[in-house]
Design a protein around this ligand. Structure first.
Ligand code: BG6
Length: 328
């Protein structure tokens, strides 16, 4: 059953062995299992087509992050594939029952990232409420050998209006291919007043934090949350997280690689998510009740977002941000 709809989650399974699990709580992706390989050209054309209403690619040929246009579709060499393995970290102490945001996977930060930074958001918790709201399953978009894709929906409700008065609709599309996971967030302003927000996809990538390398961030300006928000410019060719790291790189280029040498290399390509946070708490992670002992040694967060500024959507407006994660 490629799209398995359960009471609290939806599991997508690809015929080549990949799978992903999306909790309805927060539309949090809590598992992405994918094989390694050495033969993928690109499936981005597929994922972009799926995410575009009517099948017309809005940005296919001019995406700054290098997302491939339609036609550059999947060229698998399945014979090269290694056995599928888990690509995301979820703490063994994480709550998956909807009592608190999941410590791991891919929580969605919306309508703010971090603690409320403006008066109008002061009723919100850190990272907003999308990650702690129950979404509904929307539809299966595709169920085929090329990919498996499903949509999830969150709209304003009496609950959200207690802390955030604006009407909105969020549509989150999760698309799985053999070596690739794409998640796309569409924001609709269903009201008449401007809707202002930040958005971030809080990826916890599984791997040995001691060897993790993120690039290319050299020359990018960042806010260092470890140093009380001091501003600086990255000097290193390769960013590691061997020390407590919590940096928001601004206008960072939109395309990154995350490596756990010698074996694991991931590409992260984005659309409309210009900033990227790199976070690993090291020992300070022991202060988090839902962090398993030593859990910080087993992941690095690389989080594409629109967080240095706010998106301002006019009444009736629509915005989308996307990440394409590929096992290289
Ligand atoms: C990161 C932030 O994105 O998320 C960190 O940059 C924060 O400052 C971390 O500590 C985890 O946040 P939370 O709310 O899930 O504990």
């Amino acid at each position: 059953m490629p799209v398995d709809i359960q009471p609290d989650r939806v599991v997508l399974r690809h015929p080549a062995g990949a799978s992903t699990t999306v909790l309805l709580y927060g539309a949090t992706v809590i598992s992405w299992i994918a094989p390694s390989h050495s033969g993928l050209a690109s499936t981005s054309g597929l994922t972009e087509r799926l995410d575009t209403p009517g099948g017309v690619p809005a940005t296919a040929s001019h995406d700054a992050a290098g997302i491939a246009p339609l036609g550059a579709a999947a060229q698998f060499k399945s014979s090269d594939a290694a056995p599928p393995s888990e690509r995301l970290f979820v703490s063994s102490l994480a709550s998956l029952d909807g009592t608190k945001p999941v410590r791991g996977g891919i929580p969605i930060c919306w309508p703010i990232f971090g603690p409320p930074s403006r008066d109008e958001y002061k009723g919100l918790k850190q990272h907003g409420f999308a990650r702690s709201s129950v979404w509904s399953y929307g539809e299966t978009v595709l169920d085929a050998a090329e990919g498996v894709s499903a949509r999830f929906v969150l709209q304003n409700s009496a609950e959200t209006e207690k802390v955030f008065p604006q009407p909105f609709k969020l549509v989150y599309t999760v698309t799985l291919a053999e070596h690739q996971l794409t998640t796309s967030l569409r924001v609709y302003n269903t009201g008449a007043q401007p809707l202002t927000f930040q958005a971030l996809l809080h990826n916890y990538f599984r791997g040995d934090a001691a060897v993790a390398q993120v690039q290319p961030l050299k020359g990018i300006g960042y806010v260092d949350k470890v140093r009380d928000g001091a501003r600086d410019t990255e000097q290193r060719d390769t960013v590691d997280v061997r020390q407590y790291t919590d940096r928001v790189y601004e206008t960072a280029g939109g395309a990154y690689t995350l490596s756990f040498p010698p074996s694991t290399h991931l590409s992260i390509k984005t659309h409309n998510l210009p900033d990227v946070t790199v976070w690993n708490p090291q020992e300070t992670g022991s202060g988090m009740a839902d962090m398993e002992p030593g859990g910080w040694e087993r992941y690095v967060c690389v989080e594409p977002g629109y967080v240095a500024r706010f998106v301002s959507l006019p009444g009736g407006g629509e915005w989308w941000g996307q990440q394409v994660l590929t096992v290289l």
